[in-house]
Every structure is written in structure tokens, then in C-alpha cells.
Design a protein around this ligand. Structure first.
Ligand code: SF4
Length: 734
């Protein structure tokens, strides 16, 4: 393999590829992995961040795995995806060589040298003709943050482009914005131990049993006999297992939270010490005057007694109350205010900074938190601000990159990048480890926009994702298990990944691809310190000095492994880490926030009407979400596993209330046609008493689903509103 590769390449590229440490593909097994040994790695799917123990053969290749028993996150557990994490590496449709669309329209194999030449010459020519805003990248929360940072710094500071975003926009942008505005920094305050220390656990728009099954198991370990309340329009698996299900109307969450706050302030069930650490109480109290329970019964579908009772439950003196939310909140046209309404409830009742409390966003992707700190998209790398000249100087100094290269201009958000493609301002896209031609809201629009691009590059493990099939140029990438780096999980815990498999063919780690591109572009001298992932980690670590996410006290990957992962912050001054005797760390125990005043902000605004309500033509409200714990997003990986495929339906299905189905003349397993104003699809009927009448549910994993969804966005976070749009349903066999 190596000799074939060397024959195919010449000059500095070859030496670069085979000599870098920290990369397994085409190189040697890292010396710290001993044959017949085991090693550990953080799972590469969801943000729970379970640690897996990988069992190695005599060549250092992983042959099996099991959950790691001593890790403080998963405590020896893993969900089906984690157990089968090696399967997608062996898929026959791995991208094993660069591919370029030839004159016949087919993808043909080319060498890396040719691929790099096409990449650089085409993008330079577009830049020369259309300027530095004419190319954008779309990245991911699925790669190590060393790779994310390399991409963001290379693209913006080396290649000189401006716009880049990641699929974390589809996932966590709402939580990021909510925390930044309320706390002064994107700082989820909790630790997973809070699941085990709460008296009242409120899960909002979160089907934890399916989406984060290990975290549900953490709740099951709670010895305090907690009351578990699920707020969700559907009777999800989690709602059915909870103490109480509050089945509110879709997007009734924001008015409900305002009514709860109204009752709590009205009755004086507040925490004076915590209130003293908040700005905006008078304005908030005045605003809530319009939200007595009677004012929100229509919007929420709940009666006054239910709201009053819930208000008392979440403000019970002496009880530890924790609020947890996921995509049901984030993927909304007003998700930021809904998240902040929960933050407000935690603040006014004093449920923050103490065991078993918090307003806690559970992230989606394995490295969404890494993206938030290091991707150099919405925040300047290392938890900094592009607009702050001191921050730009610090980053310039830390990375050894000229100050004039560190842009102060903000990037367009994901949806705005597509708008710019439509307007002809963006001419080329570089997509890395994500699949928007499946997952983007109203995805049919992307098919139309494809023709407006002069160049579409997709860098991925597979050559046949929906996005790769649309590409002009495909760069073959190594996957999880074939490279090193770090992820950060939902509770801010940094964990390491190991290279335990050789990437197939000519596939390379994303880190190495970025090195090659830097050299080919002619800006390699700016990145000479980025020799391997651990060297990049140390650069990034040092950049975090004196920021809320300061991790300057971490020596190296070995230290992270030895301590069972490390939650940020972990500054050099070890006395500041002494509160971590239990190994668990939560923020804001001292009542100090990251805002200029040191106080948290109570933020609010009136609820807005839904962007697309059901009507006579489209009388059903479509909800979307995760289908099973064996499916991950667009299924580009989970569908490669024989075992995981057996655990979920292969074809789309729609959950519909039996009364609605009977009215439409539909029986179980009938084929239904679902239409929205944007498109249509077919799905098998699944009669579900768990649905409310007039509401239907489609799992998001099937490529047809986002032909229906409505392209509306939260105005603060630009996160897409996947969770509610209007559809009609008829039999497909009239
Ligand atoms: S997918 Fe999530 S819950 Fe499942 S093993 Fe991986 S990290 Fe754990």
C-alpha cells in the first residue's frame, strides 16, 4: 500500500504524508499503543461522550470494543451505536481515493496531487474574480476540535476567506446564543452528576431515552426518588417512563415558562440571593404581568390548575430542581428565548450552581462543544470574540499568524451562506464531514442551488452520501477510529480519541488534508506548528488562557486520559481546580457570571406566532426528531452496520393518531402521501396513540423528510425551525 502510494505521489507531498506523527493511515501504529493491548476512545456519535475500550490485535488494529467501566460519564454502559462503532469503518463504500467529476458527469479517481491542484487553482481563480467572500465552508460537530480549529484558521487566516459555519448550527446554535446572552459566555453550567442529585428533573423537548440513553440511565441511578417531568407534545418513550408528562401544544413552551415565572414571582417563591445576582428583574416582573396562567391556556393547551401546580413543583423550597433541554427547544423559530426562559426560572428560584440544579442544554453531536470553542466560526478560536481587538492580537500572538490576517468581520450563518449562493455572491462550497443535501431544512432548495456553484468540494468518509454525490470533487477522509484528537462532551468534559484502525486506500485524516491544502495553497509557513493533533492541542490550550474555558492546566493527552477526562475550566493555577475533589465540576457556584456586571441577565420577549401554522389545506402539524437510538442523523454511518440496520425500520414511517388515520381511511402499514408547501414524500402508516390528534411525527433520518420542513429560523441564533410545519396527508393508493 505504502509503495503504491509513494509511486503515485512525488515531491514534498509524499514526505509530508508519511512522516507526520499522530496519524495512522499510511503510517506506523502509534508507539504508545502496544499490540494485544487495549486503549480507550470517546464514542464518535452523540455528545454524551461515552468512553469505549478498544481491543487491539497484534498489529494494533481494533478488533472489538466494550464500554469503559471506570469512566465517569457512561460508567460501563453504551448504547447500540457505541457498541457498533467500528462497523462503519469497514463499509465497502468508503471513499478511498480522490474523485473528480469528469466530462461525462461521472466521478473518476484522481491522485492527491491532482486533487490538491484542482482545489487550489479553482478556488484561487474564484477568489481572484469574486473576492474573499465568494467561497464558504460547511463543517461539522463530528471531528476532533484540533481539526475544526485547523480548518477555521486555515480557511480564514491562511487562505483569506471569510465565511464558514458548521452543522452545529442545526443542533446547538440556540443554546450557544442563549448562554452567551444570559451568562456572558457559552457556558453550560452543569455536570452529569446533577442527574443523580436532583429532586425534580424537568426534560423539555428531550426524548432522552432515545437521544441520550446513557443519560437516562444516569437519572435511573438517582437515589433521591426524583420527580421526572417531561414537557413535550408527544408521549415519547421518555414521557411514558416519566413521573409526569405535560403534553403541551407544539411551541407552547415559551408562554408556559412565562406563566410559571409569573406564578413564582407573584407568590414570592424566589431565592433572594440568586435574584441579587440577576440584572433586569424589574423589567422581567413587569413583562410577566401579561402572562398569568389564564392568558396562556390556548397557546399551551394546558388548564390553569396544571400550570399553577407545575409552578409550585419547580419552586418548592429546599428542593433541587434541574431543567434540561434538547432539540425540541433548540430547533425552533424562538428557541433562544425559550432556552432563556428556562434559564430565568433556574435563576429566580436559585436553582443554579448547586448540586442537582441548573438550566442545562444537552448537546447533540459528539464534539458540538468543541466546535463552540475552537471552530473559528461564530467565535474567534479559543473562546474569543472576532470584534475584540485585544482578542485578535492575543490569537495572532498565540498562533504566530500576522495580525492583519485575523479578521474582525463576522461570518455569515449557514442559512445566510445559502442565501449568498442563491444571490450569486458565493460561488464555491467546501463541505467537511456533514451531509446538508440530506439534513438541511427545505433541502430541495439545495438541489436547485447546486447549479449556481462553480465548485462543490465534499470531504468525507464515504463517496456516496447525498452531498458527495452532488460534489465536483471528493476528498477521501479518515473516520473516527482512524485518527487522534479530542472531543468535548455536553458537560464540558474533554476526552481523547485514538487511531486504532488504518484508514482505507488513500483516505487521510482531516488534519492531514488541511496540512496538504495549507502547503498547496502557499500558506503552509503559517501552520508549521500544527505538526500533529497533539501539537495543535497545545497551541489551542495556550490560547484559552484567562478565558472562561481556560484549560492551560492540562499537560497533554495522557493527562486527560489519566484523570478520566477533564471538564473545563482547568487553568494552570491548580487552586482554582480544587473544587473538583469529586471529579465533577459545575459553574456559577459563587454567583459570578461572565457578563461585564458579573450578574446574569434575565432576557425575554413576547412569543411570536408560528411561521407556518396548520390550516385547511395543510391541516396537520408535522413534528420531526430522532427515531431510535440505533440511528444517527442522516445514517451515513449507522446504516453501514448490519446490526444497527436491524434495529430500525428501513423505510420512512409516519406516526399518526388512530382517530386521524381512521378519518383519512388509513390503516396500519398503508402507504401515506405527506405533502407540505415545499414537497412531498411517501411513508408507511404507524398508528400511534402517543400522538395528539392533528399532529404527526416523522423520524429525521430519511432523506425525504427535509423536503417537507419549513425554512424558518430563530432570529438570534439562526438555528433552523425543524420542529413544526404544516402538512396534508392522504392515502398513496386512493
Ligand atoms: S452514541 Fe452517545 S450514548 Fe451511545 S455510546 Fe456513543 S456517546 Fe454513548
Amino acid at each position: 500500500m505504502l509503495s503504491k502510494f509513494l509511486k503515485q505521489h512525488s515531491g514534498p507531498l509524499t514526505a509530508d504524508l508519511v512522516q507526520e506523527p499522530g496519524h495512522f493511515g499510511l503510517g506506523k501504529i502509534p508507539s504508545r499503543l502496544k499490540p494485544h493491548a487495549t486503549t480507550t476512545s470517546i464514542c464518535g456519535y452523540c455528545a454524551t461522550g461515552c468512553q469505549l475500550k478498544l481491543h487491539l490485535d497484534e498489529h494494533g488494529q481494533a478488533i472489538n470494543l466494550s464500554p469503559q467501566s471506570g469512566y465517569p460519564v457512561n460508567l460501563g454502559m453504551a448504547c447500540p451505536k457505541g457498541w457498533q462503532a467500528l462497523d462503519p469503518l469497514d463499509a465497502p463504500d468508503r471513499a478511498t481515493t480522490p474523485l473528480f467529476r469528469d466530462a461525462t458527469g461521472r466521478h473518476s479517481p484522481i491522485t492527491w496531487t491532482e486533487a490538491l491542484d484542482i482545489f487550489t487553482s479553482r478556488l484561487k481563480s474564484i477568489r481572484a474574480e469574486h473576492g474573499h467572500e465568494s467561497v464558504a465552508f460547511l463543517s461539522t460537530g463530528q471531528i476532533p476540535f484540533e481539526e475544526m480549529a485547523f480548518l477555521g484558521c486555515l480557511f480564514k487566516f491562511g487562505m483569506g476567506f471569510l465565511h464558514g459555519d458548521a452543522n452545529t448550527r442545526q443542533c446547538m446554535a440556540t443554546a450557544v446564543t442563549a448562554y452567551k446572552q444570559s451568562f456572558g459566555f457559552d457556558a453550560p453550567p452543569y455536570t452529569y452528576a446533577d442527574f443523580e442529585e436532583s429532586d425534580v428533573i424537568v426534560l423539555v423537548g428531550s426524548n432522552l431515552c432515545i437521544a441520550h440513553p446513557i443519560l437516562w440511565q444516569r437519572i435511573m441511578r438517582n437515589p433521591r426518588d426524583p420527580k421526572i417531568i417531561v414537557i413535550d407534545p408527544r408521549a415519547t418513550e421518555t414521557a411514558q417512563a416519566a413521573s409526569q408528562h405535560i403534553a403541551l401544544r407544539p411551541k407552547g413552551d415559551l408562554p408556559l415558562f412565562y406563566a410559571l415565572a409569573h406564578c413564582i414571582l407573584r407568590d414570592g417563591r424566589t431565592d433572594p440571593a440568586s435574584l441579587a445576582r440577576c440584572d433586569g428583574l424589574d423589567e422581567f416582573t413587569a413583562f410577566l404581568g401579561d402572562y398569568p396562567p389564564a392568558a396562556v391556556t390556548d397557546a399551551t393547551g394546558l388548564d390553569i390548575d396544571a400550570i399553577e401546580t407545575l409552578a409550585r413543583t419547580v419552586s418548592e423550597p429546599g428542593k433541587r430542581v434541574s431543567w434540561w433541554w434538547t432539540m425540541g427547544v433548540n430547533q425552533s423559530y424562538e428557541g433562544v428565548r425559550a432556552a432563556q426562559a428556562m434559564i430565568n426560572l433556574a435563576l429566580i428560584t436559585g436553582n443554579i450552581g448547586k448540586p442537582g440544579t441548573g438550566a442545562n442544554s444537552i448537546t447533540g453531536q459528539c464534539n458540538a462543544m468543541g466546535s463552540r470553542l475552537f471552530s473559528n466560526t461564530t467565535s474567534l478560536v479559543g473562546g474569543h470574540d472576532f470584534a475584540d481587538p485585544e482578542h485578535r492580537a492575543k490569537v495572532s500572538d498565540g498562533l504566530g499568524i500576522p495580525l492583519e490576517n485575523i479578521t474582525a468581520e463576522p461570518s455569515l450563518a449557514y442559512d445566510q451562506i445559502f442565501d449568498a449562493v442563491e444571490a450569486g455572491r458565493i460561488k464555491a462550497l467546501w463541505i467537511i464531514a456533514t451531509n446538508p443535501f440530506h439534513s438541511w431544512i427545505d433541502r430541495a432548495r439545495l438541489d436547485r442551488l447546486r447549479d449556481k456553484l462553480d465548485l462543490l468540494v465534499v470531504q468525507d468518509m464515504y463517496h456516496n452520501t447525498e452531498s458527495a454525490l452532488a460534489a465536483d470533487l471528493i476528498l477521501p477522509a479518515a473516520g473516527w477510529g482512524e485518527k487522534e484528537g479530542c472531543f468535548i462532551n455536553s458537560e464540558r468534559r474533554i476526552g481523547t480519541l485514538k487511531a486504532v484502525r488504518q484508514a482505507p486506500g488513500l483516505a487521510l485524516s482531516d488534519f492531514r488534508i488541511f496540512r496538504l491544502i495549507a502547503n498547496a495553497w502557499g500558506c503552509g509557513e503559517l501552520f508549521t506548528q500544527w505538526t500533529d493533533p497533539q501539537a495543535a492541542f497545545k497551541l489551542l490550550r495556550d490560547l484559552t488562557a484567562n478565558r472562561p474555558c481556560d484549560i492551560t492546566g492540562i499537560d497533554d493527552y495522557e493527562m486527560i486520559d489519566r484523570l478520566g477526562g477533564i471538564q473545563w475550566p482547568w487553568p494552570k493555577d491548580s487552586s482554582r481546580n480544587s473544587s473538583t475533589t469529586s471529579g465533577e465540576r459545575r459553574l456559577f457556584a459563587d454567583g459570578n457570571y461572565y457578563t461585564p456586571s458579573g450578574k446574569a441577565k434575565l432576557l425575554f420577549s413576547p412569543p411570536a406566532p408560528p411561521p407556518e401554522a396548520a390550516d385547511a389545506d395543510f391541516p396537520f402539524t408535522l413534528l420531526t426528531g430522532r427515531g431510535t437510538s440505533s440511528q444517527w442523523h442522516t445514517q451515513s454511518r449507522t446504516a453501514k452496520s448490519d446490526i444497527l440496520r436491524k434495529l430500525s425500520p428501513a423505510a420512512p414511517y409516519i406516526e399518526i393518531h388512530p382517530d386521524d388515520a381512521a378519518r383519512l381511511g388509513l390503516k396500519e402499514h398503508d402507504l401515506a402521501r405527506i405533502r407540505s408547501r415545499r414537497g412531498e414524500m411517501l411513508a408507511s402508516v404507524y398508528l400511534a396513540p402517543t400522538m395528539r390528534p392533528s399532529q404527526v411525527f416523522l423520524p429525521m433520518h430519511y432523506p425525504e423528510v427535509n423536503r417537507l420542513t419549513h425554512p424558518s429560523f430563530d432570529p438570534h441564533s439562526r438555528q433552523p425551525n425543524y420542529k413544526a410545519c404544516a402538512v396534508s396527508i392522504t392515502s398513496a393508493h386512493p
